[in-house]
Design a protein around this ligand. Structure first.
Ligand SMILES: O=C(O)CCC(=O)C(=O)O
Length: 369
């Protein structure tokens, strides 16, 4: 089900096909197509504001008895936090990173055999958000929705089992961790999982709104002018991100602090609050604006688990968080509809469903499940 949700939204708003996949490992001079300047785009690194060295993103021990309160604080000030003692085996995280390295180091003609089609969601290609920008990003990606088998068999016709086993094992661990995080995050909002039954529907991974995204950022000849992944918020409830031991992920603090680099912390996973959790929390939890920058010498890799809701559920601010002093800030919406709006309006998507703007269709007043 999740694959059809994602495909439908992208099929309605196809990718900008002007972006060609370029073999970045063989490029010695930054081509104009990849040169971001402040004039060219407000999302480029050269005009992104200060990089703060004074602030650091919270690291939360999930075994800490105050974990819920710390999560609340992190979600209201950052919209992102790192977690340790999360129970995901270190060797599995190492294996998934190695699987990603093996994939991205394949020759380009082999990777293109598993290329994502303009109408598809799974497979090899550029960052999904590329279609919103006139400049190309200095990265390549591989998206897995459901089983990795079809594409893995194209990449390694005789030897795809190890890759598939590792990915499937990691997907299972991420699904469990996402459920645990949902319990903690909802708890930190004063809501129980029983209040929000749709959060944990029974069913297989393939029926749920989830995807795994591998991102690769090769060394770049002119990193100050390039952008690994342009600034965006995630269209999910939350994402769980592992980054290899090279920094590059930056989070924007809107309260005058600017861009803050998320330094790799041994054994930590990063939790990024997405647009849908921002809506559920009635605006109190921040959907982190983040981007990935590149460097001249080191290859960087990230593995991102995207956790979304079941496709058919209309969700809006949780009723427990709404009263006469806290009117609902957004109209209820399904994930499918939201992905379509995001594909069209990108950073303005939330504004189009904001009730503060008086924007509301006659058929949009269903109560939240
Ligand atoms: O690679 C990173 O650190 C960022 C990835 C990301 O933001 C994404 O996949 O949405």
């Amino acid at each position: 089900m999740s694959s059809s949700v994602l495909s439908d939204a992208f099929r309605t708003h196809p990718l900008n096909l002007n972006h060609k996949v370029v073999d970045l490992s063989s490029v010695e001079i930054l081509p104009d197509s990849h040169a971001w300047t402040s004039e060219a785009n407000k999302y480029s690194s050269s005009c992104g504001g200060d990089i703060s060295r004074l602030e650091s993103i919270p690291i939360i021990n999930l075994k800490d008895e105050n974990a819920m309160e710390l999560i609340r604080l992190a979600c209201t000030t950052w919209g992102v936090f790192q977690i340790v003692n999360h129970n995901v085996p270190k060797n599995l995280v190492d294996e998934v990173e190695l699987a990603g390295e093996k994939l991205f180091s394949l020759p380009m003609d082999r990777k293109l055999m598993a290329e994502r089609t303009p109408n598809g969601v799974s497979g090899y290609g550029m960052a999904r958000i590329s279609s919103f920008f006139s400049k190309s990003m200095w990265s390549e990606g591989f998206t897995i929705v459901g089983s990795p088998l079809e594409h893995a068999a194209k990449l390694w016709p005789h030897d795809y089992h190890n890759f598939c086993n590792t990915i499937e094992e990691y997907q299972k661990e991420m699904k469990n961790l996402a459920s645990r995080l949902m319990g903690l995050i909802l708890g930190s909002l004063g809501v129980t999982e029983d209040d929000v039954k749709w959060v944990e529907p029974k069913g297989e991974l393939k029926e749920r709104g989830a995807a795994l995204q591998l991102n690769s950022y090769p060394p770049c000849p002119d990193p100050d002018k390039a952008m690994g992944m342009a600034a965006h918020t995630d269209s999910t409830i939350l994402n769980i991100l592992h980054q290899s031991n090279t920094s590059g992920l930056q989070v924007f603090r809107g309260d005058g602090i600017g861009w803050v680099t998320l330094q790799p912390h041994p054994g930590a996973l990063i939790v990024v609050i997405g647009d849908l959790m921002h809506i559920l929390s009635n605006g109190s939890y921040l959907n982190a604006l983040h981007r990935a920058v590149v460097n001249q010498t080191q290859h960087r890799l990230s593995v991102v688990y995207l956790h979304g809701p079941p496709s058919s559920v209309k969700m809006g601010p949780l009723p427990q968080l709404v009263d006469s002093n806290h009117p609902p800030l957004y109209r209820p919406i399904t994930w499918n509809e939201y992905l379509g709006i995001k594909a069209q309006y990108f950073d303005k998507a939330l504004t189009t469903i904001s009730l503060a703007n008086g924007f509301m269709n006659a058929d949009d007043d269903d109560s939240v499940k």
